[in-house]
Design a protein. Structure first.
Length: 136
């Protein structure tokens, strides 16, 4: 099991997804609850002494975005970028994206996929230099 060291222990499930309480706090924040209230209500004492509520929500948001990128869903990951608006329309899109999280399966490589989707950048760059662009 690979756990992001930036996230408080007990917040991550085995597949790298934040637990239900962390997702509930994030959803409440996107729906307009202030960060301190959202963290206190849903995460209780999980916030460290020197850790801010906004910082904790930011880490959860980044972890959700990373989870979606690992599932090759950059379109959904973009919703969780810090520059995104925080209004009712965005909150609805966030709620739908959070509802999809448990159902996102790890994608299977397809023969026509670009090599950058599956290989580290260093390897992909070397393969591109050799004229290889897809897994085929």
């Amino acid at each position: 099991m690979k756990i992001n060291p930036c996230v408080t222990v007990g917040q991550v499930t085995d597949d790298g997804l934040p637990d239900a309480a962390a997702l509930a706090a994030l959803r409440a924040w996107y729906e307009g609850l202030d960060s301190r209230t959202a963290v206190q209500r849903y995460l209780g004492k999980r916030r460290g002494i020197s850790e801010s509520s906004r910082g904790l929500l930011g880490r959860i948001r980044r972890q959700v975005a990373d989870f979606k990128r690992n599932r090759h869903r950059a379109d959904l990951a973009a919703l969780f970028e810090p520059s995104g608006p925080r209004n009712s329309k965005h909150a609805t899109a966030i709620a739908r994206a959070l509802d999809l999280l448990p159902r996102l399966m790890m994608p299977q490589p397809q023969i026509g996929d670009e090599i950058e989707h599956w290989l580290p950048l260093r390897i992909a760059t070397a393969l591109r230099a050799a004229g290889i662009k897809t897994l085929a």
